[in-house]
Design a protein around this ligand. Structure first.
Ligand code: PGA
Length: 245
């Protein structure tokens, strides 16, 4: 069975003072019935070591070390206390020109450092309106996921680019169509493809989490804006716990 995961992506937000939000979250969710993964900025990872959550980076370089000013390696993230890293987030693909091959290389670096890779994929609005969503997903799945991926080292996050940070959410049918498609592709390629956790991401909030978690092959969420405050993220964790009772 895929693990249920409530993941928070803080993006380029979060100072030491914001750690109080994670302390508040810990007070309510120290023994959550689902996996809670927080991806704070790299500067806060080491300070998260006493929290009862899994901690992830937001990106890593494909190499373990070297002359790459400003970059961070997967082994550095692991050394700071992370157990996971996001790869291929659409903001990395857009802002830094990351291609599927880069995402696969970063995911392999994550595995080598003992980190789980949360590989992000998703179509743009133009691609959706052109009716090419599933083709885009197929290309990203084929190019971004290394052959050495397993359900233990990889999570897939489906995040339609047009739903990220916009308040726009696909219909439940649209989410289900893509998640069922991803599941079928993973099952065809990997022996344990049925066990990969598939997260939906893009404008998930407490008010829509229950219905999204009811969609087939949705095993959790990757949450941006609504993960920054404990009061906003807590109902999403509760909603996911409600699906696994
Ligand atoms: P959002 O971001 O929840 O703010 O839409 C999701 C993400 O980018 O991971």
């Amino acid at each position: 069975m895929p693990r249920k995961i409530a993941a928070g992506n803080w993006k380029m937000n979060g100072l030491q003072a914001d750690m109080v939000e994670l302390s508040k979250l810990a007070a309510d969710h120290a023994s959550a019935k689902v996996d809670v993964l927080i991806c704070p900025p790299a500067t806060l990872i080491a300070g998260c070591k006493d929290l009862p959550f899994q901690i992830g980076g937001q990106d890593c370089h494909p190499h373990e070390s070297g002359a790459h000013t400003g970059d961070i390696s997967a082994s550095m993230l692991a050394d700071a206390g992370a157990t996971a890293v996001l790869t291929g987030h659409s903001e990395r693909r857009t802002d830094h020109g990351e291609m599927d091959a880069d995402v696969a290389a970063k995911s392999k670096a994550a595995y080598a450092a003992g980190l789980k890779a949360v590989i992000c994929i998703g179509e743009t609005l133009t691609e959706r309106e052109a009716g090419t969503t599933l083709n885009v997903i197929d290309t990203q799945l084929a190019g971004s996921i290394p052959d050495t991926a397993t359900a233990a080292n990889t999570v897939i996050a489906y995040e339609p680019v047009w739903a990220i940070g916009t308040g726009k959410v696909p219909t439940l049918e649209q989410i289900g169509e893509v998640h069922d498609h991803i599941r079928a592709k993973l099952a065809a390629r990997f022996d344990d493809g049925a066990d990969f956790s598939l997260l939906y991401g893009g404008s998930v909030k407490g008010s829509n989490a229950v219905e999204i978690f009811g969609v087939s092959n949705v095993d959790g969420a990757l949450v941006g804006g609504a993960s920054l405050k404990a009061a906003d993220f807590s109902p999403i964790i509760h909603a996911l716990e409600g699906t696994s009772l």
